[in-house]
Ligand binder design. Structure first.
Ligand code: IPE
Ligand code: IPE
Ligand code: MG
Length: 247
């Protein structure tokens, strides 16, 4: 165990698979394969470090723009890893959750996603969150639609509202009240967001949730990321002063 304050919720933009492969003269899909191995190895390590929620950006709403071959290879990798992930989750007491709009995936993948969540729902260790066909803006858009529907149906809980003062009878929807309609409803906002491969952007990841996250960028390409790299990121996080708008 490292002598560090371990963030409860960590999110990773797993970037650089393509460049990792290109550097070796290999097809991009080979990089994705290696990237899958890296995340598979990291899950138990994250749990052992004491992280409670690990969210990874696996496929964005924009990634459909890639070639049919690359998208197909990513789907096949998910198919291959679904069963391995189930086995590893049972062994490591990991609960799996998917965020993003799963409806766009082929039906066998939707079935796998539902199966992974159902089979691991009772596990009490690390919650491993996979962002797949995920976009922060798309998530907020879907949350707004869900909220509108709930409002029509009269199912929005009254705790979701608070007046600026008690004199506003109907009150206004609070931030927490709205966040309950996001895909991440029961997942704490990330304390730390890591991006590999040196890119300095969020690329539509956790746009709402990362409002006050500490961001650590490493030049390491995703397939080379491992426990030691994660510990280095946590050390950098520990050197930060989180002020949340205060002083
Ligand atoms: C991240 O690696 C994985 C996915 C987006 C699925 P990239 O495929 O984006 O790799 P680079 O950025 O092209 O190197
Ligand atoms: C972000 O990486 C998405 C994932 C890691 C799944 P991208 O490679 O798609 O992002 P951009 O295109 O560099 O912004
Ligand atoms: Mg990339």
């Amino acid at each position: 165990m490292i002598n560090q304050n371990i963030p409860e919720s960590v999110a990773i933009i797993m970037d650089g698979n393509g460049r990792w492969a290109k550097k070796r003269g290999l097809p991009r899909t080979y990089g994705h394969k290696e990237g899958c191995k890296a995340i598979e190895a990291l899950i138990p390590e994250a749990g052992k470090l004491g992280i409670k929620y690990l969210t990874v950006y696996a496929f964005s709403t924009e990634n459909w723009k890639r070639s049919k071959e690359e998208v197909g290879a990513l789907m096949d990798l998910f198919r291959f890893y679904a069963l391995r992930l189930l086995k590893a989750s049972k062994e490591n007491n990991v609960r799996i959750k998917l965020i993003g709009d799963r409806r766009k995936f082929p039906s066998d993948i939707i079935d796998s996603i539902n199966m992974l969540e159902a089979e691991t729902a009772e596990n009490t260790g690390l919650t491993f969150v996979i962002a797949a066909n995920y976009g922060g803006r798309d998530e907020i858009r879907r949350a707004a639609a869900r909220y509108a529907k709930a409002l029509q149906e009269g199912t929005v809980p009254k705790e979701a509202f608070a007046g600026p003062d008690a004199k506003v009878p109907e009150g206004e929807l609070t931030e927490e009240g709205f966040a309950a309609y996001l895909d991440t409803a029961d997942i704490p906002d990330p304390d730390l967001v890591i991006r590999t491969s040196g890119e300095l952007r969020l690329s539509n990841f956790l746009v709402w949730q990362a409002a006050y996250s500490e961001i650590v960028i490493t030049d390491t390409l995703w397939p080379d990321f491992n426990k030691d790299e994660l510990v280095k990121c946590i050390e950098e996080y520990n050197g930060r002063s989180r002020r949340f708008g205060g002083v």
